[in-house]
Design a protein. Sequence first.
Length: 151
Amino acid sequence: MTRRKAVLVILHIVVISYAIFARGTLSHYYKEAQNQTGRLTSEEAKTLKSPVPFSKESIARGRAIFARNCTACHGNDGKSEVDVVANATDLTEPKLWRSGTAEGEIFRSIRDGAGDTMPPFKSQLQKEEDLWHLVNFIRSLWPESMRPKLQ
């Protein structure tokens, strides 16, 4: 083996070793790639807590945001009985939701999109506070026994 080939082999070993041992597993790389796109991972979303209290004022603000941005697919009442999107989520039945019902998971679904048909709304709703008001409004559509307590 020539000296040049030996140096290249050693260089490859060093690079591969660094990738494996210094940076972790492939799942680490996948998570890092998601974070670089600005999308929340499922684990990150589960830990998010709303800085906006579940209050009548917040729900009213969320209702106005919903009317401007969400009724085309989810309908005025959130039941998704409009013909535009056949598989839009019925927001009044959280037990049927596939992307999670924790407040951070709802935030993630709105901001980053969910499934194949729910687009991300982070460019339309640029204030994070507005996203949280919308989360509170959506949670107000739930059966009363499942809603958070008003603050």
